[in-house]
Design a binder for this molecule. Structure first.
Ligand code: ADP
Ligand code: MG
Length: 750
């Protein structure tokens, strides 16, 4: 069944060829127990390795069941070793980090036998060699004889035709040696057993035939037993180790190096922690922004101004103009007004806006550019307030939500259009100019009660502007009369902005938008308005006005109630805001570009700006953290390489059991993936734990930072995957090195 024909083996030693086997011709049969004898270095192991397919012959041919192995490929040899050969070595060659049972099963995992069958068969052979009670032990806990029994069980388990034993008793005392030899004899009854031994005594006692080698040649051979030509079909299945087996092997191996594995994983997790923290902080910020957008900024109106920078067109959002083409010596002339889109806030558009579903908005305000004239009393005389100093501005949030954004310090919140409040900061500070403009003596101490109830007067056009001949003249000489005829507003409360998002002033007088609406209603009916509308000259000095100038003047004195320069649409939720935008988009659908109306969503703009900022900061920080990931990968590569050196013997064992190069690569890839995944898990765990101190430190700086670090499960899963992947890449080179190791060399390593 086994035939060696003119087998030659040459080793290359320092450019010279050394012939270890020279024209060896042997024929061996099933049922034989062949002992190979000879002095050390004569080529016994080489012969055995060639028969076992661990080493390849240089010339000649080896026949198995009549099949020539000349054209055997790598995978044919692997299948041959796995299927037809069982190796027993002098130094046992067991994998110490696997149990006895797992050691025996290993060869079967390579040939893809189902786990239950594997276990059953392994238990059977272990019983046969008398080790049933040791199956869960590690080989290190066994005596030499027991170890060799495990090795014999492993050699038997795939039911090979040939058992190759290389000095199986070399390390055993003579009593144990005899036991082992009779075991081999017993289990090898119907097989071909080829055993190398240096002890002729054992050969004589157990072998049915001896072959003596010297200097690579057969020098003596006892007669072969009767040739039984059982031509069994030689057709073994190809082997492959499942990734699960590779994982188990590497996992068990790592378990024996716990401390090192933990330290490695810790070091490898640094990058993951870095990225994890950056992500969770940007995540926390983003959550906060969207909170602010939906809770606090939602009451900021959608603005539709008459002039909008053109967005979404040829030069989208351009602040610097880049010409499409120009000559080298050309001076490019640019008119920035080209990039400004004029929103046509026509009556058609306003009608469309007003037709909006009432549920989606709370109020629409129209701003006409009217600047009221406000009067105050100082020491009994009425004077005009300097509006450039007072900060007399409307609330931009609706009346009903004022309390959400402002805190009342004294008095009450405004409820009607004639009630106003004084805004100050959290330390009660109000600018001196404002106090003076309101009519107070700033050198005196001012208390809440001095201000509460203070009355201001808003002049009406018909009282303020008196006609003298062709022109109107402001009645500045009788301001007390103007005041008493005008609208009286009262400071009813003192407030502080509790939310910086809606208030740009530190101090000043705040009024309800309704005040302006009421004033416009009256003033637009005034005589001065009627006259100004009817003529193109200024009612004040008869100077000719352009169309724009006339419009501006009309707006300024409060005559314009139909042609707003700004529309503010208020609503109460982000969804409604979207619905409003949708409504505007419907209008735009049918309009040519110049008639389209573009809105500005301040809340979204603030949110977007912050998001963009956070995104760019995160990208930069992630890039930095990634450097440590790269370092980790390299480190893993080194660690895996060390592991390859440590596990060289294991490589040889797996190869001798029929494992392919790919299987070996797989074992080490599994090791790097385990370390990487472990590092990733450790990294995200540490990241998660770190968010707690980060949040509690952050909250000391600002309450708004309470949840600044928030982990996102998806990010965490992604990080573990990335960690596994990167370390896998880092381990690729060492696992390739492992795969390429020569099995014979690998087995020789101690
Ligand atoms: P033994 O009969 O003691 O088992 P071996 O078969 O191991 O002898 O070795 C036979 C000869 O081949 C020895 O001289 C040994 O030094 C040499 N040899 C074995 N393996 C190699 C190798 N990989 N490279 C070079 N020489 C080798
Ligand atoms: Mg030897």
């Amino acid at each position: 069944m086994l035939k060696l024909k003119n087998i030659v083996k040459d080793y290359k030693v320092d450019d010279r060829l050394f012939r270890a086997l020279n024209n060896v011709n042997i024929e061996m049969n099933q049922g034989e127990f062949v002992a190979i004898l000879g002095p050390s270095g004569c080529g016994k192991t080489t012969l055995l390795n060639i028969i076992g397919g661990l080493d390849q012959y240089t010339a000649g041919d080896l026949f198995i069941n009549g099949v020539s192995t000349k054209d055997f490929k790598e995978k044919d040899w692997n299948a041959y070793r796995n299927h037809s050969i069982g190796f027993v070595f002098q130094s046992y060659n067991l994998i110490n980090h696997l149990s006895v049972l797992d050691n025996v099963e290993l060869g079967m995992t390579l040939s893809g036998i189902a786990p239950e069958d594997r276990k059953k068969r392994a238990l059977e052979v272990l019983d046969k060699v008398g080790l049933s009670s040791h199956i869960d032990k590690r080989p290190t806990k066994l005596s030499g004889g027991e170890k060799q029994r495990v090795a014999i069980a492993r050699a038997l388990v795939n039911n090979p035709d040939i058992i190759l034993a290389d000095e199986p008793t070399g390390a055993l005392d003579s009593e144990t040696a005899r036991e082992i030899l009779s075991l081999i004899q017993e289990v090898g009854k119907d097989k071909l057993v080829i055993m190398v031994t240096h002890a002729k005594m054992y050969a004589d006692e157990f072998a049915s035939r001896t072959i003596e080698l010297k200097d690579g040649e057969v020098i003596r051979e006892t007669s072969k037993s009767e040739i039984i030509t059982t031509h069994r079909e030689y057709n073994p299945t190809h082997t492959s180790m499942s990734f699960l087996t590779a994982l188990k092997l590497s996992f068990n191996n790592l378990k024996t190096k716990k401390l090192r594995t933990i330290i490695t994983a810790l070091a490898a997790s640094v990058g993951i922690i870095g990225i994890g923290l950056v992500l969770s902080i940007s995540n926390g910020f983003r959550a906060q922004i969207s909170d602010i957008e939906s809770d606090q900024l939602v009451n900021l109106p959608i603005l539709i101004g008459r002039e909008e920078m053109q967005v979404g067109f040829e030069r989208a959002g351009a602040t610097t103009y880049v010409p499409e083409e120009y000559e080298e010596n050309e001076i490019v002339i640019y008119d920035p007004s080209e990039d400004v889109h004029i929103n046509q806030l026509s009556t058609v558009f306003i009608e469309h806006l007003e037709s909006m579903d009432e549920d989606i908005f709370t109020k629409i305000h129209y701003e006409f550019g009217y600047v009221p004239t406000i009067l105050t009393e100082r020491d009994g005389t009425v004077e005009m307030m300097d509006l450039s100093k007072v900060g007399f501005s409307p609330f931009i949030v609706p009346k009903e939500t004022i309390s959400d954004y402002y805190t009342l310090k004294a008095g009450k919140m405004p409820e009607t259009s004639t009630e106003v409040v004084l805004l100050m900061d959290q330390w009660n500070v109000v600018e001196q100019e404002i106090i003076e403009a309101l009519g107070y003596d700033a050198s005196q101490t001012l208390y809440y009660e001095d201000v509460l109830g203070k009355e201001l007067f808003i002049a009406l056009n018909d009282d303020l502007y008196l006609k003298q001949g062709e022109i109107y003249i402001p009645n500045y000489n009788n301001l007390d009369i103007v005041a008493s005829e005008g609208v009286t507003v009262t400071i009813v409360g003192l407030i502080e902005a509790s939310d910086a998002g809606v208030e740009y002033n530190n101090s000043g007088v705040k009024y309800l938008y309704e005040l302006k609406e009421d004033l416009l209603l009256v003033n637009s009916q005034s005589d001065i308005c009627t006259l100004q509308e009817s003529q193109n000259q200024s009612v004040f000095d008869l100077v000719n006005l352009t169309e724009t100038e006339k419009e501006q003047l009309l707006s300024y004195i409060g005559c314009n109630t139909t042609d707003p320069f700004l529309i503010q649409i208020y609503t109460d939720s982000v969804e409604h805001k979207e619905a409003i935008k949708e409504h505007i988009a419907i209008y735009n659908e049918d309009q040519p570009i110049e008639d389209k109306v573009f809105e500005t969503d301040l809340a979204e703009a603030i949110g977007d700006t912050l998001s963009t900022l956070i995104t760019s900061i995160s990208v930069v920080l992630t890039a930095f953290a990634s450097i440590s990931l790269v370092v980790s990968s390299i480190m893993i590569g080194v660690i895996i390489y060390i592991s390859v050196l440590e596990r060289t013997k294991e490589i040889g064992i797996i190869r001798s059991l029929g494992g392919s190069k790919r299987d070996i690569g797989r074992v080490f890839n599994a090791e790097s993936i385990i370390i990487g995944t472990f590092a990733g898990l450790l990294g995200i765990l540490i990241t998660y734990v770190l968010t707690f101190p980060i949040n509690s430190i952050a909250v000391n700086y600002d309450d708004a930072l309470a949840n600044v670090a928030q982990v996102n499960v998806l990010h965490l899963v992604g990080l573990v995957v990335i960690s596994g992947l990167l370390t896998f890449i880092g381990g690729l080179i060492p696992s390739r090195i492992a795969a390429k190791k020569d099995p014979v060399e690998a087995l020789r390593v101690e």
